[in-house]
Design a protein around this ligand. Structure first.
Ligand code: NAD
Length: 428
């Protein structure tokens, strides 16, 4: 019998603990719980498809600039790829691979019929004019146009991309195709087939799982002190909903700085302030504190809703919260996860906590296909139901196996993905 060439390609090897390395560790942890399905587990350690593209554009000054873009389809066993597109100067292939894999897990955890995918461009959009941003978006969309589509892979917003970027992506794809194709992206403006409730969906999901966890652990939301990192799409909505439930948001950090106000920050006013000033800094009534002091803030609930690898071995021991709700993707390193676990801090992992966005993206995609649009009440009610059901299953599996909520979510999701893989079989 010939030797089976089964070693990992170099770009898949985790020689350093980047985001992809973290994902591989998570898969390793869950493998003992997969029973017979573990024979398929290597499927998860190799993305199905990786596309690296050059994105050249004319700059306003007449020069030509090149940006590196990626689209990774991690797994499509359960349905078309689904996941956001991130514009950030530090985006790497390892990061996009990990984010695409977490999308596979997330979509399976809430049981929406999607696989996992993610995209990104190494660009700082703050350095671009609106025209340059549009040209980068359209050229990137054309370059990845080969592999995206309503039944192939459906992008959505992520860090530094928004409804306008989705409108340009949809228009570019439709122009190249020569027909309308609203279902190619989600997170679109309402006027172009977007869904009511999508803008708030991720933050609403964060709040919903927070409510569930608080109820199960005897934490009263009214009066609870909350610290939020990131006041973007996810952080601002989560902060607002906790504040509306009577919690006190005592600290907020964004890329510009960190503010603290023990009596509770007026969140709608802060959102307005950040919109006008570009950052939370300088918000009247709140004191500016050092970036690193954010992790020492006395609070009951901590919501990282900015970037990955923020809670590390260096700060996990200092966190005062009883509950950490991961609004961001991959904000906690595995080492920090263990430290929090040992200290009895309950972590609601990203793969379930921030799944509200993709859940309403699923609703948007369904509405686009049927060209029949639902009310916001209907959408929010369905979202809350799905999040509660998913959370209850995760809680039950965690108790059954005495594992963390993260491992429990991975157990449920990996079983669903690998069962689909097994049923489909290998072609040819
Ligand atoms: P966003 O661009 O709207 O906001 C990002 C926020 O993070 C901003 O307030 C920014 O100032 C802050 N930030 C950036 N760098 C920072 C730093 N170094 N320190 C502190 N704050 C920093 O992005 P978003 O859509 O809210 O996404 C936030 C996170 O949530 C990301 O990890 C994203 O992948 C994840 N997520 C987003 C969605 C969604 O629907 N938008 C869904 C699931 C997961």
């Amino acid at each position: 019998m010939s030797q089976i060439p089964n070693s990992l390609p170099s770009y898949l090897q985790a020689d350093q603990l980047g985001p992809w390395g973290i994902f591989l560790q998570q898969v390793e942890r869950v493998t003992p719980y997969l029973g017979e399905l573990s024979r398929w587990v290597d499927t998860l350690t190799r993305p199905k498809r990786i596309l690296i593209v050059d994105v050249p554009i004319h700059m306003d000054d007449g020069s030509v600039a090149h940006f590196e873009g990626y689209r990774v389809q991690h797994n499509t066993s359960r349905g078309p790829g689904k996941g956001g597109v991130r514009f950030h100067q530090d985006v790497t292939l390892s990061e996009v691979m990990a984010l695409s894999a977490w999308m596979s897990i997330k979509n399976a955890a809430v049981n929406v019929p999607f696989g996992g995918a993610k995209g990104g461009i190494r660009v700082d959009p703050r350095q671009l004019s609106r025209g340059e941003l549009e040209r980068v978006t359209r050229r990137y969309t054309s370059e990845i146009g080969l592999i995206i589509g309503p039944t192939k892979d459906i992008p959505a917003p992520d860090v530094n991309t928004n409804e306008q970027v989705m409108a340009w992506m949809m228009d570019t794809y439709a122009m190249n195709l020569g027909e309308n194709s609203t279902g190619v992206v989600t997170g679109k403006p309402i006027e172009l087939g977007g869904s009511l409730g999508r803008r708030d969906a991720t933050g609403r999901g964060v709040f919903t799982v927070g409510q569930e966890a608080a109820a199960r652990t005897g934490l009263e939301l009214k009066g609870a002190r909350v610290a939020v990192q990131g006041l973007g799409n996810v952080g601002s909505v989560a902060a607002r909903l906790f504040a509306e439930a009577g919690s006190r948001v005592v600290a907020v950090q964004d890329h510009g700085g960190t503010i603290y106000q023990g009596a509770g920050i007026d969140i709608p006013a802060l959102i307005e302030h950040a919109r006008h000033n570009g950052s939370v800094l300088g918000f009247p009534g709140a004191e500016a504190i050092a970036k690193d002091s954010f992790w020492d803030v006395d609070c009951d609930i901590l919501i990282p809703a900015a970037l990955e690898q923020q809670i590390t071995a260096a700060n996990a021991g200092r966190i005062k919260a009883r509950l950490v709700i991961e609004g961001a993707n991959g904000p906690t390193t595995p080492e920090a996860d263990d430290i929090l676990h040992q200290r009895g801090v309950l972590v609601l992992p990203d793969v379930i906590a921030n799944a509200g966005g993709v859940t309403v993206s699923y609703f948007e995609w369904v509405q686009d296909f049927s060209s029949f649009f639902w009310t916001e009440e209907e959408i929010n009610a369905r979202l809350v139901r799905i999040m509660r059901e998913a959370f209850a299953s995760v809680w039950q599996v965690a108790e059954q196996h005495q594992v963390s909520l993260r491992t429990a979510t991975f157990i449920i999701a990996c079983q669903r993905i690998l069962r689909a893989r097994e049923l489909r079989g290998l072609y040819p």
